[in-house]
Design a protein around this ligand. Structure first.
Ligand code: HAS
Ligand code: CU
Length: 606
């Protein structure tokens, strides 16, 4: 079963020298910092910002694990939502997004082989993101003290009826505008490159960045409207009420695609770096393009799968969201195939043989490889719990239970976070020119994360099935016991706390390794910044895949189809600015009102 080692030309018959040059040229070059010193400085700043957020968010995670498993309660339970908000916002908004803007800047500059158009502009969007984070952090952290009359205990999902201090919403707005400008920066680079290379295919890393950003622009419209039209004016006292179902729906319009905003950079690393560290090459560039196009099209028209239990939305709309979600599994299943095939290719290049024995030939001592591979393995489990969430009827069993945090600690908490940490072991030397302080500690760190998360997320899923709720400081009740068919609630709590402790230890190792690396001396021994060419190159991909205008248009049409009627119906029942409609199950749509709305719209357009 072994594949003989072939030359590059044999392996890559579909691609021409021209189209692979962009990715190959760096192989003989230097580290990223030698190629792009100015950009490396911004990326460094973004990475360090993300690590600070990781440290703060991680501490709150540990405090909260100990609290709700009743092991040690460091804070009064009334502070639980401040801790939970800080944990969520610092980790899933700040840590993830600061890291990914760094990776995206690396991807665009490396693959287009050109500097950003204006480094001042690049610093500007980074500065806006920092300012936004500080603005949002102040009211969240002020929630810990009565001395400051501010709070934003609104959780990372921040929809009404929870209300935060205006500064929180202003901070979020600045942060999102920062990401929009970052996208503009990358589009500018690409347009400038395209003028000079009119006939070339978009290099794959840039293609991944651009499609992800188009998805992000569409998705953030929901949260922009929610904040600017409703939540901010409401918290400033300019309007008295809002329609909670409307702000929830607008949040989830953004709240589902945001998970792919976190995931796409991790996928990018699996597609570009995992094959390289496995010792091989990406199996298929065209398949990777198809995957990113599918995410652009399908990420947004599914948000209502977070609202299966919301009474104010008709069952039919929920059914449409479920159907779209099932289609959305496809790009991840394609990814599982392509990435594992690339790893197998790498293993066979390294002498691996057999149906499964090739796994032994993979570089398991390399923390970058092992971290990403373990993250992928965990994502397979997280993907399955996602499929269960996505089923409208079975969702009733798990919704609002600890199962859901179990799911997202495998997805964003491992597939994304562990991939980012493993990636940092390669990226930080690239953008600093300094070698990693300790590879063995890095290896222990990624394995510890995997073990800790196995304990914690497995027990969370099981606890959810017993009905133990999420977002509850003290999930125990007088005169009532949760009954476990296997094991006990005490055992589940012990596993959750043990998992949390291992994760905290892993985090300390990661941050210490990064800190020591930052103070290392540059040695000039950092490996070159290179991405191997794919086995099947871009010329094997139909040209239409690079037609970004077409995919954007179809993406927008799908969103309009999925959301116009639900939004019209919600506004019709609850009013644009509330007060909310009747909270009873809705099974029909009042088409008369929808018709009036559409007619008014047509008149305005005409
Ligand atoms: Fe989810 C709730 C459905 C993916 C995050 N999700 C959440 C929440 C978060 C979240 C944060 O339908 C909670 C929000 C809240 O606070 O209320 N989710 C899905 C589905 C997917 C999915 C269908 N979720 C994610 C990702 C996330 C994320 C990715 C973050 C990054 N999720 C839901 C639903 C809910 C939900 C409902 C609402 C629940 C409720 O009731 O509240 C899919 O995208 C998953 C597809 C994935 C796969 C796996 C493919 C496997 C791969 C691994 C390859 C292996 C490798 C390694 C590379 C089909 C790609 C090989 C290694 C070797 C050694 C060989
Ligand atoms: Cu979702």
């Amino acid at each position: 079963m072994s594949t003989p080692t072939k030359t590059n030309d044999e392996l890559n018959p579909g691609s021409t020298a021209g189209e692979t040059a962009a990715l190959d040229s760096a192989e003989t070059g230097n580290a990223y910092i030698d190629q792009f010193p100015a950009e490396a400085a911004v990326i460094r700043a973004a990475f360090y910002s993300s690590f600070i957020a990781l440290a703060i968010g991680g501490i709150f995670g540990f405090i909260q694990t100990l609290h709700r498993t009743d092991i040690i309660q460091l804070f009064d339970s009334s502070t639980y939502y401040t801790i939970l908000t800080a944990h969520g916002v610092f980790l899933v908004i700040s840590f993830t997004i600061f890291f990914l803007v760094g990776v995206f800047t690396w991807a665009v500059t490396t693959s287009l082989e050109r500097e950003v158009e204006s480094i001042r502009f690049t610093w500007t969007w980074y500065g806006l993101m920092v300012l936004g984070t500080i603005f949002a952090a102040v009211p969240i952290l002020a929630g810990f003290t009565d001395a400051i009359d501010m709070s934003a205990d609104v959780l990372f999902t921040f929809y009404a009826p929870l209300q935060g201090h205006p500064l929180f919403y202003i901070g979020l707005t600045l942060f999102v505008i920062g990401t929009w400008l970052a996208g503009a920066d990358w589009f500018r680079s690409w347009l400038a490159w395209k003028r000079e290379n009119p006939d070339e295919r978009i290099p794959l890393p840039t293609f991944m960045v651009l499609t992800t950003m188009i998805m992000w622009y569409i998705a953030t419209l929901g949260v922009a409207v929610s904040i600017l039209v409703f939540l901010l004016p409401w918290s400033l006292g300019l309007i008295e009420t809002v329609n909670p179902t409307l702000t929830r729906t607008l949040f989830w319009f953004f709240g589902h695609p945001v998970v792919y905003f976190w995931l796409m950079p991790a996928y990018m690393m699996w597609y570009l770096l995992l094959p390289k560290f496995s010792g091989g090459r990406l199996f298929s560039d065209p398949l990777a393009r198809v995957v990113f196009v599918l995410f652009l099209l399908l990420s947004t028209p599914v948000g209502i799968h977070h609202q299966y239990l919301d009474p104010g939305i008709s069952e039919g709309f929920k059914f449409i969201a479920m159907t779209n979600t099932m289609f959305l599994l496809l790009p991840s299943l394609l990814t599982a195939f392509t990435v594992v095939a690339s790893m197998e290719h790498g293993a066979r290049q390294r002498g691996g043989t057999g149906y499964f024995s090739w796994l032994k030939a993979l570089p398991w001592k390399d923390p970058v490889f092992t971290g990403m591979a373990l993250a992928g393995l965990m994502f397979a489990a997280g993907g399955f719990s996602g499929m269960i969430n996505a089923g409208m009827n079975i969702n009733y069993l798990v919704h609002n239970s600890l199962w859901v945090p179990g799911h997202f600690h495998l997805t964003v908490g491992t597939a994304v976070a562990l991939t980012f940490m493993a990636g940092a072991y390669w990226f930080i030397p690239q953008v600093t020119g300094k070698p990693l302080a300790s590879k063995p500690i890095a290896l222990v760190q990624v394995v510890l994360w995997f073990i800790g998360m196995t304990f914690m997320s497995n027990a969370m899923h099981r606890a959810g099935l017993l009905g133990i709720p999420r977002r509850t400081a003290e999930p125990w009740y007088d005169g009532f016991e949760f009954e476990a068919a296997i094991g006990t609630v005490g055992e589940l709590n012990a596993q959750i706390a043990l998992g949390g402790a291992l994760l905290t230890l892993s985090l300390v190792l990661f941050l210490t390794n990064m800190l020591i690396t930052a103070f290392n001396r540059p040695t000039g021994t950092v490996e070159a910044n290179s991405i191997p060419t794919p086995l099947s190159g871009p010329s094997d991909a139909p040209k239409v895949l690079d037609n970004l205008k077409l995919w954007t248009a179809i993406g927008i049409v799908l969103v309009i189809l999925a959301y116009t009627l639900p939004l019209a119906s919600i506004v019709d029942r609850g009013g644009l600015f509330g007060p909310g409609g009747d909270a009873y199950p809705v099974t029909t749509v009042d088409f008369g009102t929808v018709q009036t709305l559409l007619e008014t719209l047509l008149m305005v357009v005409a």
